[in-house]
Write a protein that binds this ligand. Structure first.
Ligand code: C2E
Ligand code: CA
Ligand code: CA
Length: 636
């Protein structure tokens, strides 16, 4: 036998040769191993099918092999996807259907879901109309295997041999295994493709505004951050403008959201004409756009703003009305008004508020910078004392398992009761603490308070996992893990009852060191969650490398998912993506029953938000009862 070709393959019309059992089994095994090599290499579905058919014919020495997909349409069509070997137009005469009245082995395999073998197809009366065609091509025996893809009959692998006694029991068993491997390969490639598509969609949705197609706040801010990293001696000034369309709300309320959206679309078109080259226009909130004007100093920015405003002098025709859509503009300049993206945007917004009081509708930021610096400095000094003294408070916000409606954990959130300013939220002082090198003592305080709380709950018979937020700097602190290990020993807490939440951006600051701290944390037996998911820019491949157990979808998407199709799509794809990666998915910022119900319908695992409870001082937490109706919502 040359190169494993059985005698029947020598296409001289000499068909009906028999093979011994050993040869049959041997060629099936050879086919299986060639098939597995194909499987391991294939990167897309079409290539997998094509290479698989070729491996079967070329390595296994069969006469023909083909793979079809079974449609679940009325005619039960079989769609041939790939073949190799002697084909010569057989698909033109063959009935490509698996309807009940079709009796060829491929149809029978698809109908029954089990392999079918036709040893003597040339004598099968049900195939009489094909005998001539089959004889011409040297088809003698056929075996057909169903491909079960994701639990459904998805197609067939059919193999044709030129010998009368091909496809004995052992051979069929081996080939069945090959068919199962093919099914598995198809399912895996499809899952991978779905993940890639979800990732692309997610990025697109996370970075662009659904209505205008413009970049959104997150993308705008990233671009500013890149620019803010300019090397000092090469610095080129740029202007950040906030353009507020005040008429939007009024039009929305009086004429309806269709006209409101129309107004925004026209404003966006108009604004686009004031963007050159690498400048950037973004939609940063419902009724605000942001402009980035490169190489623009204060004087130039005023001129550009005046020209822009002049373009809005003509009223816009909307719903048979002439609407005055003149916006107001606030401008902040880099580097004079700040070298940080967040600060520049905040200052441009302050200037836009100022513009309300001007006749030109335009203002450049003039706030007293020294005041703000002085206030922050004083606050940092106070924070030192607050950590050492008794001014920090631990608040907890419950999380609920959506399927059962039962509380499944809580998040620890820190508050500062300032002797002069009263209650200050973490958004105001965490960044300050990070900048002033105070994050380690702050985190130590929170960790201590959280472990004490877990112990107190445990003593009262309440077992509720508590999640603690860590900031970027914490992950770079070599002593963090030892400190946490010490707390477990001191309080005798089960590591399974402690979670740590980390934002994507925290992980990106120094990915390899963060990753190392994370795996050391994970080794303690705790759970890890990626916080504010969707607002960062880490790719899926990075997420896959993290030892994370769950992701928390950022509240900016959850909060708007009912009104905004884009946000709903992000939430939906994030849930699917999370589940594909075997992660638990938490939605934060759930503010009403309707959002809860939508999340339940999307099979989100856990919810957290004001609808369930605001963050509560720990002393009040034990008395908290979940709102009525969460169980009922699940039943819908
Ligand atoms: P986060 O980790 O995303 O925490 C969730 C924030 O969303 C909390 O704000 C919470 O009060 C708020 N929130 C919860 N449910 C809802 C809702 O339904 N609607 C709305 N609009 N908001 C909701 P909070 O307590 O002001 O904390 C802000 C951020 O400060 C936290 O965001 C976290 O990143 C940080 N933070 C809080 N405590 C700590 C801490 O102990 N250490 C560190 N490093 N960061 C902390
Ligand atoms: Ca958090
Ligand atoms: Ca969050």
């Amino acid at each position: 036998m040359d190169k494993g070709k059985p005698a029947g393959q020598q296409s001289d019309g000499c068909v009906g040769v028999s093979l011994d059992d050993y040869t049959r089994l041997y060629r099936a095994l050879r086919t299986l191993s060639a098939g597995n090599r194909t499987l391991a290499r294939a990167s897309d579905e079409a290539t997998l099918l094509h290479d698989m058919c070729h491996a079967i014919v070329e390595q296994g020495g069969y006469r023909m092999a083909w793979i079809g997909y079974a449609e679940h349409d009325e005619a039960r069509t079989i769609r041939p996807m790939a073949y190799a070997g002697v084909e010569e137009g057989i698909f033109e005469v063959f009935e490509l259907s698996w309807a009940d009245d079709i009796k060829h082995p491929t149809a029978l395999a698809l109908q029954s879901g089990v392999p079918r073998v036709g040893h003597l197809v040339l004598e099968d009366p049900a195939l009489a109309h094909l005998h001539e065609e089959q004889r011409r091509r040297g088809y003698v025996s056929v075996s057909a295997f169903p491909l079960v893809i994701d639990g459904e009959i998805g197609g067939n692998l059919s193999i044709i041999a030129g010998e009368t006694d091909a496809f004995g029991e052992d051979e069929v068993n081996v080939l069945s295994e090959l068919a199962e491997d093919v099914s598995f390969g198809i399912a895996a490639l499809r899952a991978r493709k779905r993940q890639q598509e979800a990732e692309v969609a997610l990025r697109q949705l996370a970075l662009y505004d659904g209505l205008t197609g413009l970049p959104n706040r997150a993308l705008f801010r990233t671009r500013l951050e890149e620019l803010a990293c300019q090397i000092p001696r090469l610095i080129r000034p740029f202007a950040v403008g906030i353009v507020a369309i005040d008429q939007f709300r009024e039009v929305n309320e009086m004429l309806g959201s269709r006209h409101g959206n129309d107004l925004l679309l026209r404003a966006a078109d108009q604004l686009r004409t004031f963007i050159d080259g690498e400048d950037l226009l973004a939609r940063v909130s419902d009724d605000e756009f942001a402009l980035l004007w490169l190489d623009t100093d204060a004087e130039h920015a005023s001129q550009r703003a005046a020209r822009l405003l002049a373009a809005f002098n003509e009223p816009l025709p909307l719903a048979e009305l002439a609407v005055d859509a003149r916006p107001r503009i606030g401008i902040a300049l880099f580097p004079g008004h700040g070298t940080d993206a967040e600060v520049l945007m905040r200052r441009a917004a302050v200037a836009a508020r100022e513009a309300r009081r001007t006749t030109t509708h335009c203002a450049i930021f003039t706030g007293n910078l020294d005041d703000e610096c002085a206030r922050n400095l004083a606050l940092v000094g106070d924070l030192h004392r607050a950590i050492a003294g008794e001014q920090l408070r631990l608040y907890c916000q419950p999380k609920i398992d959506i399927a059962s409606g039962v509380p499944c954990g809580a998040e620890a959130l820190v508050r500062w009761v300032h002797p002069e300013y009263g209650l200050i939220g973490p958004d105001r002082f965490i960044t300050l603490a990070e900048r002033a090198g105070l994050i380690a003592p702050l985190t130590s305080w929170v960790l201590g308070a959280a472990f004490r709380q877990l112990y107190a709950w445990q003593s009262d018979g309440l077992i509720l996992p508590l999640a603690i937020n860590l900031s970027a700097r914490d992950l770079l602190d070599g002593r963090l893990v030892d400190r946490i290990r010490g707390l477990f020993v001191t309080w005798g807490i089960d590591p399974a009852h402690v979670q740590f939440e980390l934002t994507e951006s925290a992980l990106l600051e120094d990915p390899s060191r963060s990753l190392e701290t994370l795996s050391r944390l994970k080794d303690l037996g705790v759970q890890l969650a990626v916080d504010d998911f969707g607002t960062g820019f880490s790719g899926l491949s990075y997420l896959q490398r993290l030892p994370a157990d769950s992701i928390k979808i950022d509240q900016s998407f959850v909060g708007r998912m009912l009104e905004h199709e884009g946000s709903d799509a992000i939430v939906r794809s994030t849930i699917d993506l999370g589940h594909d990666l075997g992660l638990n998915v938490v939605a934060e910022g759930v503010e009403d029953l309707a959002t809860w119900q939508r999340l339940a319908a999307l099979h989100c695992d856990v919810a957290q938000g004001f609808y369930i409870s605001r963050p509560l001082p720990v002393e009040e937490f034990a008395a908290w009862r979940q709102p009525e109706g969460l169980g009922r919502a699940v039943a819908h």
